[in-house]
Design a binder for this molecule. Structure first.
Ligand code: MG
Length: 369
């Protein structure tokens, strides 16, 4: 799986979203990402996207910062054969660089990413994330539209003041057979009694939630541990988990019953595989989280969602839900299920003309001979 790296190409790419998306941490109309290509001397290139967003409001990394740390700190170290661990943090940038090189190796070895990670399922159920809407009726209409298309799991974004009522309305509209998760993106405070009371109401059995994701701030693991004692619904940590060590801390504190696994947020595929295996051993439920990825990241998420420990519904929908024109051929669903790519590596690659058209900056860093 060793490849002879000739260099790394970095691209800054701007893609319009099919529709704008609102969560507790902001509204998005475009996806601005860094695409990493691992250039190999005598084999196929490897590809990855860096999932950092344009603003550091979900996670401390952001697109331009990720481009900078890749250009000036991570790529030079990798090309010099040094460890990326010399750089603290910057998991999303590291994950993209690691991902592109692993993809190159897998393509050379003709092994699929799903197989490399240990996934066995060939098909996975979708999970459609619905942002906060202008009105409850708008949200219910969106939920009904997706369910009518065959999707059987929804994730609703919530925040203080937009929680129990919209969730109750969606549950009443879609019935009991649709899986529902809520995601607060850390917008509640554990020292605010009204916030804790709202979360307890969300855990009421009539709403039938499969998980409450990241109610409190990423570093408030003690607050999450206290909430676990008050509610029967699994608390799923997303922004709190940047590494396997964070999973160990959460386990030691009893701060969660589930983990949202995002390859970018935990620094890469190898750490993701370790976290998945640890979740299985410890009986923590796991879900494949999403970051409005292009097809490059969607291929990764499909492989993660196919892992045996991924028992909660993922953030995963057909490409058309996110982009009218993706940089790869689109991934489609069939009535709420999607196929896991089984070709070498990611099992997809960019459409060169499309990629060139949406590239706003491009840089190639070469290994010294
Ligand atoms: Mg989340």
């Amino acid at each position: 799986m060793q490849v002879a790296l000739e260099g790394i190409e970095l691209r800054l790419v701007q893609l319009p979203l099919a529709e704008s998306f609102r969560a507790a941490h902001g509204r998005r109309d475009h996806r601005e990402i860094v695409v990493v290509q691992a250039l190999v001397a005598d084999g196929p290139s490897g590809w990855a996207e860096c999932v950092a967003e344009v603003e550091p409001t979900y996670w401390p990394e952001y697109t331009i910062g990720a481009f900078d740390v890749l250009e000036n700190h991570l790529v030079p170290r990798m090309l010099a054969g040094r460890s990326l661990r010399e750089v603290r943090g910057h998991q999303m940038a590291k994950a993209a660089l690691e991902g592109a090189t692993i993809d190159a190796g897998l393509r050379a070895d003709k092994q699929s990413l799903a197989d490399f990670l240990g996934a066995r399922r060939r098909e996975v159920g979708t999970g459609i994330a619905l942002g906060m809407a202008d009105t409850i009726d708008d949200l219910v209409t969106q939920a009904m539209t997706w369910c009518a298309l065959g999707h059987r799991a929804l994730k609703l974004k919530v925040a203080p003041g937009w929680d129990v009522e919209p969730v109750r309305a969606v549950r009443a509209a879609v019935g009991q057979r649709v899986e529902l998760i809520v995601d607060a993106n850390g917008s509640y405070r554990s020292d605010e009694p009204d916030h804790v009371a709202a979360l307890v109401r969300l855990s009421d059995g009539v709403l039938g939630l499969a998980a409450i994701e990241q109610p409190f701030a990423p570093d408030d693991l003690v607050g999450h541990a206290r909430l676990v004692d008050l509610v029967s619904v699994p608390i799923c940590l997303d922004e709190s988990i940047g590494s396997l060590a964070d999973v160990e801390t959460a386990l030691a504190l009893g701060a969660c019953g589930a983990v949202s696994l995002k390859v970018g947020r935990v620094g890469g595929l190898l750490e993701s595989r370790r976290i998945h295996d640890r979740c299985v051993t410890e009986g923590l439920a796991m879900r494949a989280g999403g970051m409005l990825e292009t097809g490059l990241g969607r291929a990764v998420n499909l492989a993660v969602a196919a892992l045996p420990g991924a028992t909660l519904p993922p953030d995963l929908g057909p490409s058309a839900r996110y982009f009218t024109q993706d940089i790869t051929p689109p991934f489609d669903d069939r009535a709420g299920t999607m196929s896991v790519p089984d070709g070498p590596g990611l099992g997809t690659e960019p459409l060169q003309e499309v990629l060139d058209a949406v590239t706003v900056n491009r840089l190639v860093l070469r290994a010294s001979p």
